[in-house]
Write a protein that binds this ligand. Structure first.
Ligand code: NAD
Length: 488
């Protein structure tokens, strides 16, 4: 496994403004070749302790800076990441398996925008004030940063989701200890190299790399970290909730989904089909907001299926660094096997696999034969109670089923434990509003997908999460409010 050790990229933790080696390391794979190409620190309690200490020490100075000073630093950091956009995109694609086009047009631009957005929004918050003239009092609220924020992020949109946490946390005046996914740590490490130049004081942003069980849990259990912002699976969130309970920590949990698309018979299929293909297969289906259950009204079911499958077959799977490729590699061998196993289970239950896994053959370039690739897969006639319709698959697999009435489809769409995102396709405005309001889902897109205004709340219901993030919501999460009464 270590035959190519001389060529390996070796990451170091970033603590108190310095890169610090670790005593042990984890192998990190290039998903498109199956080779180990990077070594990631296997941090534990000791490294987390040092990072929290640095963040605590930096807090008094950083929290006392004006929002404008912090905003200027965030903007500088955004400029520096943007300057290096291509290098970040290449690194993200290699580390995660995503296509270079997706990294170039979605991941890295959004990471840049996260810093710009919170650099701006932090300047515009106001607090509340009320007056009780009869007793000669005014009341007002004041908001202050909480302290050291623990930020834990997943592997699917590595820098995008990490910066979605770092930017608001530090804009509000907190200092942070971040732990990216052990499978995708490279772009976080690259960002650390830019912090000093951007003017981020030492200790304001600390990054410890390592596994969830060791580094993540040490952060969650640390008594000097009063707040944890976590994005990842529902299972891990349950563990984090348990572990942080003795400390009564403030938690923001952005979790998995089993997102429905509802296609009524008056939908504009020329818009719906390409968008639903994207919502099913973009980033290999590894986005928490991806569609994985498509409910199509019976009158257009056959036509939809025919057109959808024929278009899905056109998606090109292959080397992520080829700009003409639409689907890159899945994150790991284990994950690929897990996603494949769902297709097998569906077949065993009598569902029909219309294209992709097990049906079509996948020709890969010579250098990618050992990569973790899978064709976009469409399954029809899956029962609502099947695990394929109930569990998050998180890969390029989508299920298509027919429905008859509005009431029926709402009940079926809501019939899962998750409630993150939904799409509704119809040209009837009244119906679109009615259905959107009745869906148990933190986000509903009608006649579109993934168009976001970062000012508005983002987050899920039910097992998809607790709390919301966005301009005002992140501000409220990353600050502590106090009500002050003045008698005159
Ligand atoms: P995961 O839960 O396995 O890991 C997420 C992060 O938590 C990683 O950094 C991991 O090391 C860490 N972790 C694992 N165990 C931990 C523990 N015991 N204590 C502390 N930290 C721990 O999730 P993943 O497989 O990396 O990501 C995929 C999941 O993330 C999917 O379920 C997906 O839907 C979800 N997700 C949700 C959103 C959202 O905004 N709702 C966005 C992206 C991904």
């Amino acid at each position: 496994m270590m035959a190519h050790s001389e060529a390996l990229l070796v990451l170091e933790n970033f603590i108190a403004g310095k890169f610090v080696p670790c005593s042990s390391y984890i192998d990190s794979y290039n998903p498109s070749t199956g080779d180990v190409y990077c070594r990631v620190p296997d941090s534990g309690k000791e490294e987390v302790e040092a990072a929290v200490k640095a963040a605590k020490a930096a807090f008094p100075i950083w929290s006392s800076k004006s929002p404008l000073e912090r905003s200027q630093i965030l903007n500088k950091l955004a400029d520096l990441i943007e300057r290096d956009l291509e290098a970040f995109a290449q690194a993200e694609s290699k580390d995660q398996g995503k296509t270079i086009m997706f990294a170039r047009t979605v991941d890295i631009p959004r990471a840049v925008y996260n810093f710009r957005f919170f650099a701006s929004s932090i300047l515009h918050h106001t607090t509340e004030c009320t007056e009780m003239a009869s007793v000669g009092c005014v009341h007002y609220t004041s908001r202050a940063p909480v302290g050291v924020a623990g930020l834990i992020s997943p592997w699917n949109l590595p820098l995008y989701l990490l910066t979605w946490k770092i930017a608001p946390a530090i804009a509000c005046g907190n200092t942070v200890v971040a732990k990216p996914s052990e499978m995708t740590s490279v772009t976080a490490w690259m960002m650390c190299k830019l912090l000093e130049k951007a003017g981020v004081p030492h200790g304001v942003v600390n990054v410890v790399f390592g596994t969830g069980a060791k580094a993540g849990e040490a952060l969650v259990c640390h008594p000097d970290v009063p707040l944890i912002s976590f994005t990842g699976s529902t299972l891990t969130a349950q563990r984090i909730t348990e572990k942080s309970a003795p400390h009564c920590k403030r938690l923001s949990l952005e979790l998995g989904g089993k997102n429905p698309a509802i296609v009524f018979d008056d939908a504009d299929l020329s818009q719906c089909i390409p968008t639903t293909l994207r919502s099913s297969f973009a980033n290999q289906g590894e986005i928490c907001l991806c569609t994985s259950r498509i409910f199509v009204q019976r009158g257009i079911y056959s036509e939809f299926l025919k057109r959808f499958v024929s278009e899905a077959k056109k998606w090109k799977v292959g080397n992520p660094s080829d700009p003409t490729v639409d689907v890159g590699a899945l994150i790991s061998k284990e994950h690929l096997e897990k996603v494949r196993s769902y297709v097998k289970k569906a077949q065993a239950e009598g569902a029909r696999v219309l294209c992709g896994e097990g049906v079509d053959s996948l020709a890969l370039p010579t250098g990618n034969q050992k990569g973790y690739f899978m064709l976009p897969t469409v399954i029809a006639e899956v029962k609502d109670e099947s695990c394929c319709m109930q569990e998050e698959i998180f890969g390029p697999v989508t299920c298509v089923v027919a429905f008859d009435t509005e009431d029926e489809v709402i009940e079926r769409a809501n019939g899962v434990k998750y409630g993150l995102a939904a799409t509704v396709w119809s040209s009837n405005v009244g119906r679109v509003h009615r259905v959107a309001r009745r869906l148990q889902s933190g986000l509903v897109w009608t006649n579109c997908w993934l168009i976001r205004d970062l000012n508005l709340p983002f987050g899920g219901m039910k097992a998809s999460g607790i709390g919301r993030e966005g301009a005002k919501d992140s501000y409220e999460f990353f600050t502590e409010v106090k009500t002050i009464t003045i008698k005159h």
